[in-house]
Ligand binder design. Structure first.
Ligand code: FAD
Length: 452
């Protein structure tokens, strides 16, 4: 076959994919809608931070990019929980000090584009794809000045994000399933700048979270010693983006719910009023592949809500799986693309579910003493039954365990932990030989459920 591949979108997934395809000797060309981020400023309020975890690092490693990205990433070994009364507590994520890594989406994207170009990828900016003629293998593009032109492709990857033009062209085809839904909360970026002496205002090796039942704020550290905060908040109701209208209402709301954060947020009012309010979408589509000539990847195939910190990680895992299939099947795209879809689609559906579920866990449960107790028991089980029990959070964030397996394990863990917690104080009970023997049986039953 012709060894040239076209990618739509020089975002995170398109850039990593391009490097992996170059490693396999393909000529790679990307068409990107936006101007080059490296020469134009990103707008205020768009400085999202992402948590990179094990799946993301694997793709970067395969592409030879890990070291470069590590230089702009900050490890976070746990959640730093800020309670309503201003008190705070630290919850480690893993049992062995594992970390997820905070990285600025803009900085990461810029670096990935630099590295893609250094690897010989050609990127054309200001090229908006209007639609794709799948039958004739043609991209219909519009440039900055509004001039339209077409580009022929041999094999096309749509890495063009949650509102993908390739996906739109695929969904008008016969027998394409498509689902898109929004949750009733949106988000707004806020900021905690460095302190007057240029230091972080809070512990920087942690993800800060202010859970407040049906809304929450999180804060992730940046390399310039600031924190990017994100308020996840209902669009309507009380309180909501809709209900906070006047300066007095906005200030009173933050002072009531985030009393320890407000003194660290000198630009709170400007940020709240000027930064955009954005929505959160989940997208499911099938198939991902058109014949052997077009394929969706990353958010274009499976946009999810951000509450498990897995959107990019899942997209990067798509890239690793595709790379491994290339190793297995050489240039045989007739075999690679269906195998890719078969491997990834059930996992994409599962992580969508896990992410929606984690919104409730983060905003509602993390401050609940029962939940904290459960986390401690999970950790102990992970040590006591090493190799047999691993919490769902650890499976998702610190392993390559398929998401579909983790989702299945979630129900089984709910069953196991409910059984254990019904018996009263676990840490006292575990000293008792009869309880320990019973626990061994429950864990066996748990394993049966998980591997069913
Ligand atoms: P995108 O990053 O959206 O890139 C798509 C690219 O395609 C863009 O450059 C775009 O300009 C271009 N494009 C779009 N349409 C066209 C067109 N018609 N023609 C040409 N080019 C086009 N993920 C995590 O793993 N961890 C996190 O902690 C995390 N936190 C998040 C927090 C928030 C608030 C949000 C909103 C998302 C978060 N995510 C997180 C998800 C993550 O941002 C996405 O999953 C990731 O950016 C997807 O990468 P992508 O390359 O598939 O899509």
């Amino acid at each position: 076959m012709n060894r040239s591949i076209t990618i739509l979108g020089a975002g995170l997934v398109g850039s990593v994919l391009s490097v992996l395809l170059r490693k396999k000797g393909y000529e790679v060309t990307i068409y990107e809608r936006r101007p080059d981020l490296r020469v134009s400023q990103i707008g205020a309020g768009r400085s999202i931070n992402l948590a990179m975890s094990t799946r993301g690092w694997k793709a970067l490693e395969l592409a030879g990019l890990r070291e470069e990205i590590e230089s702009i990433a900050i490890p976070m070994t746990g959640r730093y929980l800020h309670q309503d009364d201003g008190s705070a507590a630290f919850q480690p994520y893993g049992k062995n000090g594992e970390a997820i890594y905070s990285v600025s989406r803009g900085e990461l994207n810029k670096k990935l584009m630099d590295l893609a170009e250094a690897n010989g990828v050609k990127i054309y900016f200001n090229q908006i794809c209007d639609h794709v003629d799948l039958q004739h293998k043609q991209l219909h593009l519009k440039d900055e000045a509004g001039n339209k032109h077409t580009v022929d492709y041999d094999l096309l990857f749509g890495a063009d994000g949650a509102f993908s033009a390739l996906r739109k062209s695929m969904t008008v085809l016969d027998r394409t399933d498509y689902q898109q839904f929004y949750i009733n909360s949106g988000y707004k970026e806020l900021c905690i700048p460095p302190s007057a002496n240029g230091e972080f205002c809070m512990e920087h090796n942690a993800l800060h979270i202010w859970p407040r039942h049906n809304f929450m704020m999180i804060g992730l550290p940046n390399t310039d010693k600031s924190f990017t905060c994100t308020l996840f908040f209902p669009f309507e109701g009380t309180p909501s983006f809709d209900s906070l209208q006047t300066d007095a209402e906005i200030r009173a709301f933050f002072e009531q719910h985030f009393p320890d954060a407000v003194p660290m947020m000198p630009t709170l009012m400007e940020d709240y009023k000027n930064n955009p309010t954005s929505s959160l979408v989940t997208v499911k589509v099938a198939p991902w592949v058109y014949q052997s000539s077009a394929c969706l990847i990353g958010d274009a195939a499976h946009a999810i809500v951000p509450f498990y910190g897995q959107g990019m990680n899942a997209g990067f895992e798509d890239c690793s799986v595709l790379f491994e299939l290339l190793e297995q099947h050489g240039d045989n795209w007739d075999a690679i693309l269906p195998a890719f879809q078969q491997s990834r689609k059930p996992n994409a559906d599962a992580v969508a579910e896990l992410a929606l579920n984690n919104f409730i866990e983060m905003r509602d449960k993390v401050a609940d003493p029962k939940f904290l107790e459960r986390k401690k028991i999970e950790k102990d089980l992970g040590i006591r039954f090493a190799g047999r029990f691993n919490s769902v959070y650890e499976m998702v964030s610190f392993s390559h365990t398929p998401y579909a397996f983790a989702l299945n394990a979630m129900a089984a863990q709910d069953w196991l932990l409910a059984k254990i917690m019904e018996q009263g104080d676990y840490f006292q009970n575990i000293e008792n030989a009869t309880f320990a023997a019973g626990l061994e049986e429950w864990v066996k039953e748990y394993e049966g459920k998980v591997h069913a």
